[in-house]
Design a protein around this ligand. Structure first.
Ligand code: PHE
Length: 377
């Protein structure tokens, strides 16, 4: 039924209502209309609209009935209209209130269902992370050297040319700087010294000897940077462990014995080591250490019968550079070269890790692909 048919916009007289019975019929029509609409009210938003439609102060149905039917009624009809209106009002109010309670408790029910915790369900498993393979290899190497009396120190990745070169006996126009020409920082004009990303961990030899008196036995794990083009064996960032031992009577024998001990611990007791003459400005003599090929057992022949592709048939694989500390270096740190001697080495960790774990591309260390990383839990 449309509200126009219900007639509450007009006075009763205009509707031709003059008898009490007609009034009863009019209010019965309103109640039926209310019941019809009320059935469809379930959501809270619908309920609010519905409440305002019926109980709104200014233009709610009951307000209009009061204005249009009750107020202008003749005194004879006013009692009957007032009584019927009161009945209707209490009916409408109680219906609307009870629906409000129903809606609220329904909402509570669904909130409860939402928060319900089923303790019998399996828990959430959080995956446990692990150290990057490079970090693991650092740790292995640190453990080996710590077990023979070395301590671990770390140093800055941003260095001055003094520590990266000069104090290591590499003067400004020395040709080995070509290899190590590196990343310089853009500094404001007038900066006291240029700064660069260290090209090796060797600057820590100097920093350590400046701070400590002999005996010194340290290793220095860390990142280093070079202007290398990336390929399977080169990266502009890689990792080294520097070693330095200086004392009153350290000999070449201590040196090679220490390295041999380390290499056997790291690669296994079956490997052999050898050294070849080499050159570094800060060691004299300088050597390059090799390990017997861990892929072909040093035979140079692959299991398939052909030439071993890893050592190219040589049976040896180049490991790292080292040497006895050049006496000139002691001059930079106020050690007396007549009283002390020592050795130093600098190994590339990425290379050692690649050999030990048979990885053929250095780039995988920096790509952080979890499919790679997960293989080394
Ligand atoms: N710093 C050298 C390099 O990075 C390695 C090295 C360290 C050689 C210590 C001798 C002694 O190539």
């Amino acid at each position: 039924m449309q509200s126009t048919e219900l007639g509450f916009e007009k006075p009763l007289a205009a509707l031709g209502v003059t008898q009490a019975e007609q009034i009863t019929a009019r209010f019965a029509g309103l109640r039926a209309h209310f019941d019809g609409q009320f059935q469809t009210v379930h959501a809270e938003s619908e309920w609010k609209l519905f409440r305002d439609r019926w109980l709104g102060r200014k233009s709610g149905v009951l307000a209009l009935v009061t204005d249009n039917w009750l107020r202008p009624s003749t005194p004879e009809l006013k009692r009957a209209v007032g009584a019927a209106l009161n009945d209707l009002r209490s009916y409408v109010e109680s219906q609307i209130e009870s629906r409000r309670l129903a809606i609220e408790s329904g909402a509570d029910q669904s909130a409860l269902a939402h928060e319900h915790v089923d303790l019998s369900l399996p828990g959430v498993t959080r995956p446990i992370g692990s150290h990057h393979l490079i970090r693991q290899v650092f740790q292995e190497i640190e453990d080996i050297f710590v077990s023979i009396g070395f301590s671990v120190v770390e140093g800055p990745e941003i260095e001055t040319p003094y520590y990266n070169f000069e104090a290591l006996n590499i003067p400004e126009f020395h040709p080995v700087r070509d290899d190590m020409d590196t990343f310089y920082l853009d500094l404001p004009k007038g900066a006291p010294t240029p700064l660069l990303l260290r090209t090796h961990t060797s600057p820590m030899q100097i920093r350590t000897m400046e701070k400590r008196k002999p005996p010194v036995r340290v290793i220095v794990p860390g990142k280093v940077y070079r202007r290398d083009n990336p390929d399977a064996t080169h990266s502009f960032i890689f990792h080294q462990v520097e070693g330095l031992a200086v004392d009153a009577d350290i000999t070449f024998c201590d040196f090679t014995g220490t390295i041999e001990y380390f290499v056997k611990q790291f690669f296994g007791p079956g490997v052999k080591t050898r050294f070849r003459p080499s050159y570094f400005p800060f060691t004299e003599p300088s050597v390059e250490f090799d390990v017997s090929c861990i892929f072909c057992g040093g035979s140079g022949t692959a299991a398939s019968g052909g030439t071993c592709s890893k050592c190219k048939g040589a049976g040896w694989i180049e490991l790292f550079g080292a040497g006895m500390v050049d006496p000139a270096v002691y001059g930079f740190v106020n050690y007396d070269p007549k009283k002390v001697s020592g050795f130093a080495f600098g190994m590339g960790i990425d290379r050692l890790a690649m050999l030990k774990y048979q990885i053929d591309d250095i780039q995988v260390f920096f790509q952080n692909d979890v499919r790679f990383l997960r293989q080394f839990p």
